[in-house]
Design a protein around this ligand. Structure first.
Ligand SMILES: [Zn+2]
Ligand SMILES: [Zn+2]
Length: 173
């Protein structure tokens, strides 16, 4: 399915940024409570450093997405993402959002630094969870992937970890 670009005008960009800003406000209100209840806070940043983030919880899961959209969005053969409850994530700095229709038919939102282009987070329409780029963490080493998804679109020269759980499409498909 051809992607449907829903962010192409200044108005759309501004409204998406407002959405991210309002989420950030909610997150800031909750931050003390979240961080106080968990000592596993991890930090990260984009390539240029204008966008920083921290997570205050362990990930719900870590996976490699091999879909063609993630390949194009990252410039890499797959996107390694750690999924967190949204309330565990605090972002500082402006992000720009791009939305496309995933091969599953659902909306796929990706937010990146507008200055350096680094992809930071990805999420669907479920506001409860967000996927953070593992490569953006200051220390990505704890986030070993347990899943490989969308292997139906994986490049044949990618060598897969034999220990991960593998899905031809998304885990729900
Ligand atoms: Zn940046
Ligand atoms: Zn993907």
């Amino acid at each position: 399915m051809a992607p449907s670009w829903t962010v192409g005008t200044e108005f759309a960009k501004r409204s998406n940024r407002d959405i991210l800003t309002s989420k950030r406000f909610i997150l800031r209100k909750r931050r003390n409570q979240v961080i106080a209840s968990n000592s596993t806070s991890q930090k990260g940043r984009c390539l240029c450093g204008r966008v920083t983030f921290s997570v205050s919880a362990a990930p719900l899961g870590v996976g490699n997405c091999h879909c063609r959209s993630c390949q194009r969005a990252t410039g890499a053969p797959f996107f390694t993402e750690a999924v967190f409850p949204y309330e565990a994530l605090t972002i500082q700095g402006d992000l720009m959002q791009h939305t496309s229709i995933a091969d599953s038919g659902a909306n796929a939102h990706r937010a990146f630094c507008p200055h350096c282009g680094a992809l930071m987070i990805a999420y669907g329409d479920n506001p409860e969870i967000v996927a953070v780029s593992v490569s953006a963490f200051d220390d990505p080493s704890p986030y070993a992937p347990q899943l490989d998804i969308w292997l139906s679109e994986a490049q044949p020269w990618v060598r897969l970890d034999p220990n991960t759980v593998k899905h031809e499409k998304s885990p729900k498909a």
